[in-house]
Design a protein around this ligand. Structure first.
Ligand code: AMP
Ligand code: MG
Length: 190
C-alpha cells in the first residue's frame, strides 16, 4: 500500500514540531504509525557535507541556487520513503531576497503529497514563542511581517493544491490549546 503523504508547514515558532510529536504518539497508540521526516534536517545534512553552513538556521541565508540544490537533494531522498509519512517543512522560507517556495514544482512532483497542513496561530503568540526559544536563531519579525508571511503561506498552499490535487487543512495551535491542535491533526491523518 502506498500510504499517506502529509506535508506539514507553519512559520518558524508556530509549534509545528511540538504538534507533530504529540500527534505521532497518539497515532502510534491508535495503531496508525507515521514516519516523521524533517525536510530541514535532510537539507542541513547535505549542506554540512558540502561545507555550506554550520547552523540550520543559516540555510535560508544561502543563495537561491544553493537552497534550490539542497531542496532537490532533500526531495529526492524523502521521495524514496514508503508508507505513511509526515514531512515537517515550510510552505515558504523567508530569505533576504523575498519568500522562497518550500515546494516548487520539482519538489511537489517528487513528493506527491495527499494532504497539506498549515499550522497557524495569532502573530503575537508566535512572537512570544520565538522570543522564548533560545535553542534556535529565529527571526525577530514584526507583527506585520509575520502576518504577511502567514498570509503568503495560505496563498502558496492554494497553488500547491492546484498543482497536485492535495487537500489543504488549517490547524490552529493556540496558546494553552495544544491538545486541540493535536486532536485536529490526528483527525486529519486517520
Ligand atoms: P526547520 O527546522 O523546519 O525550521 O527547518 C530549518 C531550515 O530548513 C529552514 O529555516 C529552511 O532554511 C530549511 N528548509 C526546510 N524546509 C524547506 C523547504 N521545503 N525548502 C527550502 N528550505 C527548507
Ligand atoms: Mg520545527
Amino acid at each position: 500500500m502506498a500510504g499517506t503523504k502529509c506535508i506539514i508547514t507553519g512559520v518558524p515558532g508556530v509549534g509545528k514540531t511540538t504538534v507533530i510529536t504529540e500527534a505521532l504518539t497518539r497515532l502510534e497508540q491508535m495503531g496508525v504509525p507515521y514516519a516523521n521526516i524533517s525536510f530541514g534536517s535532510f537539507m542541513f545534512e547535505m549542506a554540512q557535507r558540502q561545507g555550506l553552513v554550520a547552523n540550520r538556521d543559516k540555510m535560508r541565508l544561502l543563495s537561491k541556487d544553493d537552497q534550490r540544490l539542497l531542496q532537490e537533494q532533500a526531495a529526492e531522498g524523502i521521495a524514496r520513503i514508503d508508507g505513511n509519512v509526515i514531512i515537517d517543512t515550510h510552505a515558504s522560507v523567508k530569505t533576504p531576497k523575498g519568500y522562497l517556495a518550500g515546494l516548487p514544482e520539482w519538489v511537489l512532483e517528487a513528493l506527491k503529497p495527499d494532504l497539506f497542513v498549515l499550522i497557524e496561530t495569532d502573530e503575537d503568540q508566535i512572537l512570544g514563542r520565538r522570543f522564548c526559544d533560545p535553542s534556535r536563531v529565529r527571526d525577530l519579525d514584526t507583527f506585520r511581517a509575520l502576518q504577511s508571511h502567514q498570509s503568503f503561506n495560505r496563498a502558496i498552499a492554494a497553488a500547491y493544491a492546484m498543482k497536485t490535487g492535495c487537500t489543504v487543512a488549517i490547524v490552529t495551535n493556540a496558546d494553552h490549546l495544544l491538545e486541540r491542535a493535536t486532536g485536529d491533526l490526528v483527525g486529519l491523518l486517520t
